[in-house]
Design a protein around this ligand. Structure first.
Ligand code: NAI
Length: 326
């Protein structure tokens, strides 16, 4: 079997460090799928990326068939089958949202164009770097020849956080929980929905009191990233890498029968989310394609929260449109 080429941007960063070893060990695509890694970095971080590559060599992973390190996006995405866009421009003190979007436009626009020009026909893109949903939109807009559905953004970490918080509350295993959903933006407005989540055949929202759901569960999941930064002095890295592995693994290999997961994918207009927005939905993966789970009833409590997060995505889209980034 020809190795699958996986390109990781921001490879010398902390998520990259937690991610690359798991890809090389076979956890991204499967224990029988050989991989080639391409590490894209900016020039000041190339040396650090070389150090990580040395460590990858030192693991003697049987599935790892090659590593390349470059600051040239055209080279990095040449023939790529999977692209994990992790490197991004973080918000620094005093930075306005417009400046942040513009700086990221300068990263994700050219990377989208390089994917368009050089990637393999089956390229699948996961954007991790924040603001992930809108960065995905920017990359997608720069890649008109790649099917739009191949551009996705990560809300799997939020999904996994929600599973873990609920499992702790109900004193069950995460494996007892199915049909968790994160809606909307990967930001503090995201909406973790327990009204369709099942625990031992019962609906999770009926097993917890409304005050806990509203005042503890939702804010704990939505603000978990900030809580990690406060505790660790650095943003989530291993858990973010883990979620990226889960996202791509399920996209390629399918979601389990009778369950679904959460991913930010281009909207087809389902659930009142404007077509084209890259928003988180309940999704299944079948034959290598994400599909939005249809037919869920949305009550007013959920509607209000989904709408608020989607409105934020609309504003981000309009802002990048005004900057001519899409
Ligand atoms: P980091 O700062 O440790 O690493 C980022 C790396 O990206 C650096 O090595 C930097 O040199 C590189 N980089 C910057 N511009 C680049 C470019 N144009 N091309 C290639 N590489 C470039 O950051 P960390 O902790 O690894 O996080 C990366 C991103 O992931 C951040 O935007 C963070 O906010 C986001 N994130 C997203 C999560 C999600 O759930 N969607 C969860 C956690 C983090």
């Amino acid at each position: 079997m020809a190795p699958v080429k996986v390109t990781v941007t921001g490879a010398a960063g902390q998520i990259g460090y937690a991610l690359l070893f798991r890809i090389a060990s076979g956890q991204l695509l499967g224990a029988d799928v050989p991989v080639r890694l391409s590490l894209l970095e900016i020039p000041p971080a190339l040396k650090a990326a070389e150090g990580t590559a040395m460590e990858l060599d030192d693991c003697a992973f049987p599935l790892l068939k090659g590593i390349e390190i470059t600051d040239d996006a055209g080279k990095a995405f040449d023939g790529a089958n999977v692209a994990l866009l992790v490197g991004a421009r973080p918000r620094t003190a005093g930075m306005e949202r417009g400046d942040l979007l513009e700086a990221n436009g300068g990263i994700f626009g050219p990377q989208g164009a390089a994917i368009n020009a050089h990637a393999a026909d089956d390229i699948r893109v996961l954007v991790v770097g924040n603001p992930a949903n809108t960065n995905a939109l920017i990359a997608q807009a720069a890649a008109p020849d790649v099917p739009a559905e191949r551009f996705t953004a990560m809300t799997r970490l939020d999904h996994n956080r929600a599973l873990s918080q609920l499992a702790a509350k109900l004193e069950v295993s995460v494996t007892d929980i199915s049909k968790m959903t994160i809606w909307g933006n990967h930001s503090a407005t995201q909406y973790p929905d327990l009204f369709h989540t099942e625990v031992g055949g019962k609906i999770a929202a009926e097993l917890v009191d409304e005050a806990w759901l509203r005042d503890t569960f939702i804010p704990t999941v939505a603000k978990r990233g900030a809580a990690i930064i406060a505790a660790r002095g650095a943003s989530s890295a291993a858990s973010a890498a883990n979620a990226a592995i889960d996202h791509v693994h399920d996209w390629v290999n399918g979601t389990p029968e009778g369950d679904w997961t959460s991913a930010a994918i281009p909207s087809d207009g389902s659930y009142g989310v404007p077509e084209g927005l890259i928003s988180s939905f309940p999704v299944v993966s079948r034959e290598g394609r994400w599909e939005i789970v249809q037919g869920l009833s949305i009550d007013s409590f959920s509607r209000e929260r989904i709408d608020a997060s989607v409105q934020e995505l609309v504003e981000e889209r309009d802002a990048v449109r005004a900057l001519n980034l899409i």
